[in-house]
Every structure is written in C-alpha cells, then in structure tokens.
Design a protein around this ligand. Structure first.
Ligand code: B12
Ligand code: SF4
Length: 616
C-alpha cells in the first residue's frame, strides 16, 4: 500500500499536559473542547476534502484528542509509525503554540526527511519566527490555503527524490502564500496573494472525515472533540473574514486585511450553503451552527438563504448574529415561517453600553438587545444564547460585578423564559494575536505580557490561567479579573438555578465548582508564595507542591463557569441518519477494497462538483 501523501496533525495546546500541573481555568468553557483545545480547525476538513478531490491523499490525525481520550497513548511510538510524504500541523489558535512546536520537534526527530508544513491564522502572523525553527520547513499563510497546499503537495510528490532533510531541492517561489527555506537554509517569503474573493470552491463536507474513519478504520483520531459522539454538533460557515472591527478579535476585518491579505469578506454562495447543510443532516443528527453572521452579506442573500432552507431542515439550526438584526421582528418571523427549529446566539460582551461601544459593538444599545431577545422568543426561537465576556476594553471590575443584577433584570423582562440562556467567560488565555488591540496595545489600553511566539510558548506552561494570560488591562488587574469573572459566573448561575432555567442539581454542582475553583486559585497563590525562591531546589519543591494539586486543577478547569451541557441544544437521531450512514459505510468499504487490490487509496473527496478556485 502506498504511503499517505499528507497527514494533518492537531497538537494539544500544551504538549505534555498529561504530566504538567496547570490550573487552566475557564478558558474553554464556552466551546466544546477541554483546556487541551482538542478541537481541530474546520480548515483540516476543507483542506483534506479539496486535496482528496485532486487525488492527494490526506489523513486527519487528532493527536490532542488521542492523548486526551487514551490515557496511556504512546505518542512517540504512534507518530513513528505514520508513513506519510508530508506532515501538516495547525497553529491556527495561539493557545496551541506550545504543543504545535513540541510535536513538530518530535516528528522531525522521528522522520528527519519528511517535510513539516505549518499553517493557520496564528502561523500566518508568526510565519517568520516559525520558519526559523529547525523543525519547520514551510509555512502556508492566509485564510485560504487549499489551493496553495495542492500546489506544494504536487511538488512534494514530484520532487520527492530531491529532498534534502525535508526541504525540497527546487525553486518554490511560484507557490503563493508560502514561506520556505531552500536547501541552503535561506528563508524566502512568497507574496501573500492567494486570497479568493468567494468561498465557493471549497467544501465543508462532513462526509469527508466520515469516509476517513472508514478508510483508516480509526474513529478516535478523527473525532473533533471529547463528547462529540454524544453531541455531534456541526458548523456551517457563511464566510471568510468579517465586516466588523471589534478591538480584541483576531478575526476582525482589519486583522484579515493586515495579516491574511484579505481586503473584503469572502461569502459562500447561499445555494452552496444550503447544500452543505443538507449534506450534514444526511449523516449527522446534531444541531447545525451557522457561524459568521450571514446578515452582513445583505438582505437579498439573507432572504435567499432562509427561504431556500424551507422544507429541507431535519436538524435544529442556530444562527450567530453580531447584533440585533436591523429587520427586527420581520427577520425572526421569516425564520419561523421557514424553519421548524431555529435558535439564535449573540455575543453582547457587556450589559454596559459604554463598554460594548469601546469593544467595537457600539452599533446597538442594551435596550435594543433586550428588544431583539423578546422579538426572537416571541417569534418562536427554540433558544436564545447570550454571551458576556470579561477583560474587554473599558471594562472595570465594578462593571463585571454588575452583570448579575443586569441578568436578573433581563430574565424579569422575558418572564424567566427558559429559552434564554446567559453565559459569561473570560477573554483568556490570550488577547487575540493580530487583533487591533494586540497590534496597538497601548492605545487600546493593554499591556502585553507576550508579543513573540516564543514568549507565548513560555506563558502557556505557567501555573495558572492568570499567569498564562498575555495581557493586563488598564481597567482591571489580573487578580480582579479572575475574581470578578468567578463572581459574575456565580451570580448568573444562581439566577438561572433559582428560576428554573437550569436544573437545580446542575446549578448546585456549578456553584460548588466555581467556589472550589476560586479557593483553588488562592491555594495556588499560597504555594507559589511559599516556594517563591529561584534556586533549583525551590523550583523542584514548587513543582512537587503543584503536582499534588493536579487532579483538582483538572477537575476545576472543565465546565467551571457553566456546565458544558448547558451549551447543548436538543436534537434527535432519525432513521434517515442510520440508513445514509450505513450506505456510506458499505460504499466506502467496497471502494477501499477494490482500490487496495490495485495498491491504491480510494479518493474520499466530495462527490459534488465545485468551481475552480478563483483568486481575487
Ligand atoms: C469558527 C470559529 C470557531 C469555532 C471552531 C470551529 C473549528 N473547529 O474550526 C469555535 C466556535 C468552536 C471556535 C473556538 C475557538 N476559537 Co474561534 N473562531 C472561529 C471563526 C469565527 C471563524 C474561523 C473560520 O472561518 N474558519 C474557516 C475554516 C474553513 O478555515 P480555517 O479553519 O481557518 O482553516 C484555514 C486556514 O486557517 C488555514 N489552516 C488552518 N489549519 C491549517 C493547518 C495547516 C497545516 C495549513 C497549511 C493551513 C491551515 O488553512 C485553512 C483552509 O484554508 C474565527 C473568527 C473569524 N472571523 O475568522 C474565530 C477565531 C479563529 N477563534 C479564535 C479563538 C481564540 C478561539 C478559541 C481559542 C476561543 C476559546 N478560548 O475558547 C477556541 C478554540 C477552540 C478549540 N480549538 O478547541 C480566534 C483566534 C485568534 C488566534 N489567532 O489565536 C479567532 C480569529 C477569533 C475569535 N476570537 O473568535 N472558533
Ligand atoms: S468579534 Fe465577531 S463581529 Fe467582532 S470582529 Fe470578531 S468575528 Fe467580527
């Protein structure tokens, strides 16, 4: 059997998280992952599917997940056994800066002749620092790497014979978006000019990883996060980039312009989006989140998309809106007239108009927020999830502590409607690299505690989330931020519990966990104070003392500020899912078997036709 062409590896945030004792805190409470951030980027699926469509065979390998689910998973033995022409590692989210590099080092040691390619949003920002590591051969920059990746892989396949310790012999200056080393070690930065103006040539096709599971007879290395099989939530993406400019967001319009070469948001044709959703629900029964507010694409797009879904939806669907829709009630009515089960999620960041304006969401007031919640619930929304955040510009400790009282008021306004669920979480572990606030930190009111990749790597292995954070805000000390985050979360949890928004046992368990997490942070401070010396003996004593707290650190860093299941929306499996999955299983087994007889891999790319990648 030939080797795989490309193996895409997702590293844990901190490589040796199984050994280290770190109080990560509530950094991942609002996403399905644990603090290991085991979820791999959606881009793995779009890259894998695109390359397979072009006869380049790709395997997804969620190393973070494998290390998390299998306690005794032997990393080196398993990585040594991978037979592939190239490795791809994502440094998409900055919290993976420690794990991604450590895994690259191991791979380089185990497979010195196999090229290692980095990519993702953070890799694009730190490409020059990354390429300087011996364990990194290439960095593919930008938000759309499918086609540049195809071109690089074609060269890797053709010029395999001329590799010199992982680096191709030939000239690669024609591959867009590539930062690379030539065989003399000289670094080249090709122009970042592959920035397609639409998102139509790629496909977020969930059948692709499912076919991968069948091809490799391995479910675990494809699983997106812990618990996905019980709650198989899926995302559908409307766009690349954003029209807005929130100060601390690494996905803002300016961040995309300055770091990923994108002048304009790239939209996915609404017809393709509908097809994506239909494909998802053929195989998967979980709720579908439509991410990136599609209302930004304009009225015509929105109508076409919503009305096009009429009569087609089986799964619950949720829409992320960046603020109250300007069409008001009419928009919600349109959703309700066309869709059986729909929900909304909105990140208002703060109840305080001044703070929200300083953050960059001053295009609506708290009064308008309340009205839109009422309108959505009146129109028939299944759920309305509202998110607040601590650590944002102009936000003081007092403002965070007011959140509880505001949430009480909000629930009163909606008559304690259980469909409204409110959450709060900290901006942690990092202020997004590449955001306006990161690039202009002083002006934005932040003191950066880490700027470079290496500085971020050092912070990721500090004892707790307050030591890991890469910023200090001018309006709140880090200690205040930690204390006020836990307090606001306690208040919101109490209100939800008292009024039956969540079950009493869930509220009680969350209350206990937050209180214990707060105590644990104090205990940690005492340990650090007691062993504050800098000698090797002090350091050893500190490590030993922290090690005794490891289990508690882990227990209190998952589902702290809210129980993860509170994020889950109701869903049910239907017979159609069973039959279409059985069909795909049978088809793939037989395709794989006949390809294997010829000594080949069957392609697992999408069966649909897509236009060629069009660059802007
Ligand atoms: C969708 C999304 C999510 C989804 C994740 C879905 C997923 N599995 O990818 C959810 C909501 C779960 C999420 C969670 C988080 N997110 Co988020 N997310 C986004 C969002 C809105 C869109 C990203 C997108 O459009 N992707 C499109 C897909 C198709 O492309 P892609 O995954 O980016 O991959 C392409 C390129 O990045 C690149 N690439 C990616 N990996 C690799 C690997 C290789 C080898 C190569 C060559 C290329 C490559 O090529 C791909 C294909 O072209 C952006 C905001 C924005 N406007 O961009 C934030 C954003 C990416 N998220 C961000 C953050 C901080 C997070 C969290 C860390 C927050 C937290 N503390 O919980 C978590 C991490 C979750 C985890 N790993 O467990 C920041 C990242 C800042 C930074 N540079 O670190 C962003 C920019 C903004 C924000 N604050 O939300 N997120
Ligand atoms: S926070 Fe949301 S709305 Fe604001 S810039 Fe980022 S992706 Fe856009």
């Amino acid at each position: 059997m030939p080797t795989m062409d490309l193996t895409l590896i997702h590293a844990p945030a901190v490589y040796d998280f199984r050994e280290r004792s770190i109080m990560y805190g509530p950094v991942s409470d609002m996403v399905p992952s644990t603090p290991v951030f085991e979820m791999y980027p959606l881009g793995f699926t779009t890259i894998g599917e695109y390359l397979e469509r072009h006869n380049i065979h790709v395997r997804l390998y969620n190393l973070a997940g494998l290390m998390l689910y299998k306690k005794h998973f032997d990393v080196e033995r398993n990585l040594a056994a991978i037979d592939t022409r190239a490795f791809g590692i994502d440094l998409h989210w900055m919290p993976h800066c420690h794990g991604a590099i450590e895994v690259a080092r191991i791979l380089k040691r185990l497979h010195p002749r196999t090229p290692i390619i980095f990519g993702g949003l953070s890799a694009s920002i730190f490409h020059e620092e990354l390429i300087a590591y011996d364990c990194v051969d290439y960095v593919l920059r930008g938000d759309s790497t499918e086609e540049p990746f195809r071109r690089l892989m074609e060269r890797i396949k053709v010029e395999e014979a001329s590799w010199k310790v992982g680096v191709l012999g030939g000239d690669l200056s024609d591959i867009p978006n590539l930062t690379w080393k030539d065989k003399t070690g000289r670094i080249h930065v090709n122009p970042l000019d592959w920035v397609p103006s639409t998102m139509n040539a790629i496909s977020l096709d969930y059948a692709y990883p499912m076919k991968g599971v069948i091809r490799h007879r391995d479910m675990t290395s494809f699983l997106p996060f812990k618990g996905w099989l019980k709650y198989p939530v899926c995302a559908s993406l409307t766009s690349r980039g954003c029209n807005r400019n929130c100060l601390t967001c690494g996905g803002s319009n300016m961040a995309y312009r300055d770091h990923f070469g994108r002048a304009q948001t790239a939209w996915r044709d609404p017809g393709l989006l509908i097809r994506d959703i239909e494909t998802i629900q053929k195989h998967i029964w979980g709720p579908i989140f439509v991410l990136n507010d599609f209302l930004q694409a304009g009225e015509e797009y929105a109508r076409y998309f919503i009305m096009g879904l009429k009569g087609k939806l089986l799964n619950p669907i949720g829409f992320e809106f960046f603020g109250p829709p300007k069409q008001g009630k009419e928009l919600y009515q349109l959703l309700n007239d066309n869709l059986p089960q729909w929900s909304v999620e909105m990140s208002a960041e703060s109840h305080d108009d001044g703070v929200r304006t300083a953050f960059g969401k001053g295009h609506y007031t708290t009064a308008e927020l309340e009205q839109t919640i009422i309108d959505a619930l009146d129109a028939g929304a299944q759920r309305f999830d509202l998110y607040f955040m601590t650590g944002i510009p102009a936000q003081t400790c007092a403002s965070v502590l007011e959140t509880g009282a505001y949430v009480q008021h909000l629930y009163e306004r909606v008559n304690f409607d259980k469909r409204l669920t409110v959450f709060t979480s900290p901006m942690a572990p990092f202020l997004d690299v590449g955001s306006i606030a990161f690039d202009n930190s002083e002006k934005a009111g932040y003191k950066l505690l880490a700027r470079t990749l290496e500085e971020h790597r050092t912070r990721m292995v500090q004892p707790s989330w307050k030591h890991i954070m890469n910023y200090e805000s001018a309006w709140m000390t880090t200690d205040d931020m930690v204390a006020s985050t836990y307090q606001a979360a306690l208040d919101i949890n109490r209100i939800k519990g008292e009024h039956g928004v969540i079950a009493p046992n869930i509220a009680a368990a969350t209350h206990t966990r937050i209180t214990e997490a707060r105590e644990q942070m104090n205990r940690l401070d005492s340990v650090l104070l007691e062993h504050r010396g800098t000698s090797p003996a002090d350091s050893a004593a500190r490590t030993a003392a922290l090690a005794t707290l490891k289990q508690e650190f882990e227990r209190l860093s998952e589902s702290t500020v809210a129980e993860k299941t509170e994020l889950n929306w109701p869903h049910t499996m239907r017979p159609i899912h069973l039959t279409s999955n059985a069909k795909i299983w049978a088809q793939e087994l037989s395709r794989n078997a006949s390809a294997a007889l010829k000594g080949e891999w069957a392609s697992i790319g999408s069966d649909f036709n897509y236009p060629d990648q069009e660059n802007s």
